[in-house]
Design a protein around this ligand. Structure first.
Ligand code: G3I
Length: 367
């Protein structure tokens, strides 16, 4: 590995991994996993193994802050089996090995997602409603990780507003198998993961705006139906891609939604927390204050509900965030990047880090 520059060294210290000067130590923020664990909750982040292997600062920030990791990409069907019958599991295996080595828990994201189906499977499903495709995929993936994955997001983003009375998203799964595909998928997953928490995961549930009101309503009705049918559904993932462009966040509305979901007997996880900014022309301090304030207000409500077991951020540092416009090309400056994660582009902690930690520290203990 190349020697670290002074800037990288300071950032490594800020991320919490190295030992060194007093000024850098002063920047080292308290560990989020420890803050979470004190209230019997967990904190984690979505990562890709290439990021961990190539960016020491990310690795250090993960080890300092996370007890749980969500593979950002590597368990999705299109990543696992881009060519029919050819499994590509190296990245997932490497991430699982990293997690095992460091005593971290891996989360199962995600089995069925309309945006994560390999092209060959889309074509097959549209030609014939062959459930063995789903069974084979689950069989090739789930047992490989055994009980080390304690929760699987079995269906991701099942709801779409404005089209069907039942709110189910139009997708190759719905087209092939009809509305019952979610129950079938949960039952199929249960065959391979007898002890895991099986979850649905959904986005756009946070704001008091018409489309999100509808989505919350439709999702709750779907959960009710599944529970009524006896489907093995144990949990709900609320993605929480917060967005300052969507206007004010109403704590009371979100609290009522959590209460209702919890009342249906589900454990809840905030699964993909980050913030899309509204105005990148402001001074960085003001931008960071706005993002941190929103996260604090959001988590204060979420963590007040005992059904919420943990929080996963969708990345730790802005450099690796999916919200970056130039995500897949080399990033050489930081001024125009979205600042929606706990660490900045250079892995210096931001006010959002403190906001998450403070929310954990002040929440009533879960147990
Ligand atoms: O690995 C290839 C690389 O080889 C290639 O050079 C590069 C060129 O674009 O693409 C790389 O793959 C990309 C992958 O991210 C890894 O960076 C894919 O094209 C890209 O589609 C993929 O995007 C991910 C997306 O899901 C689709 O899987 C994002 O990173 C990830 O943040 C995003 O995550 C989703 C959640 O799963 C569900 N909720 C919404 C969230 C954001 O869209």
């Amino acid at each position: 590995m190349a020697p670290l520059s002074r800037r990288q060294l300071l950032a490594g210290l800020a991320a919490g991994g190295l030992s060194g000067t007093r000024s850098a130590r002063a920047q080292t923020p308290p560990s989020l996993k420890e803050a979470a664990a004190a209230g019997h909750r967990f904190f984690g982040a979505a990562v890709r193994i290439d990021g961990i292997e190539h960016d020491e600062r990310l690795r250090q920030a993960v080890l300092r802050n996370c007890s749980h990791l969500t593979p950002e990409v590597d368990l999705k069907w299109d990543a696992v089996e881009p060519v029919r019958g050819e499994l590509r599991l190296r990245a997932a295996d490497d991430l699982a090995a990293f997690a095992r080595r460091h005593g971290l828990k891996l989360r199962g994201h995600t089995l069925l997602w309309h945006n994560g189906i390999p092209r060959w499977a889309v074509e097959s499903l549209s030609a014939s409603a062959d459930w063995t495709l789903i069974r084979r995929f689950f069989a090739s993936l789930i047992p490989r990780f055994g009980d080390s994955i304690e929760e699987w997001e079995v269906v991701n983003e099942p709801i779409e507003t404005g089209f069907r009375m039942d709110g189910l998203r139009r997708s190759p799964f719905l087209d092939a198998f009809g509305p019952d595909y979610i129950r079938r998928a949960l039952e199929e997953a249960r065959q391979f993961a007898p002890n895991a928490r099986l979850m649905l995961n959904e986005y756009g549930l946070d704001y008091d705006i018409p489309v999100e009101r509808d989505r919350r309503y439709l999702l709750l009705r779907l959960i009710e139906r599944l529970r009524h049918e006896g489907a093995p559904l144990n949990g709900l993932g609320i993605q929480a891609h917060l967005d300052l462009r969507k206007g004010p966040f109403d704590q009371r509305v979100f609290a009522a939604f959590l209460r209702e979901a919890a009342g249906l007997g589900l454990q809840i996880v905030i699964t993909e927390l980050d913030v899309m900014e509204a105005d990148r022309s402001l001074a960085p301090a003001e931008r960071d204050r706005r993002a941190a304030d929103l996260v604090r207000r959001y988590l204060d409500v979420a963590l007040a509900d005992k059904a919420v077991a943990g929080v996963v951020a969708w990345g730790l540092g802005d450099r690796h965030s999916w919200l970056q416009p130039r995500r897949h090309s080399p990033v050489d400056g930081s001024h125009d990047l979205n600042r929606g994660l706990p660490y900045d582009h250079d892995f210096m902690p931001k006010p959002m880090h403190r906001a998450i930690g403070d929310a954990f520290r002040t929440a009533p203990p879960r147990l």
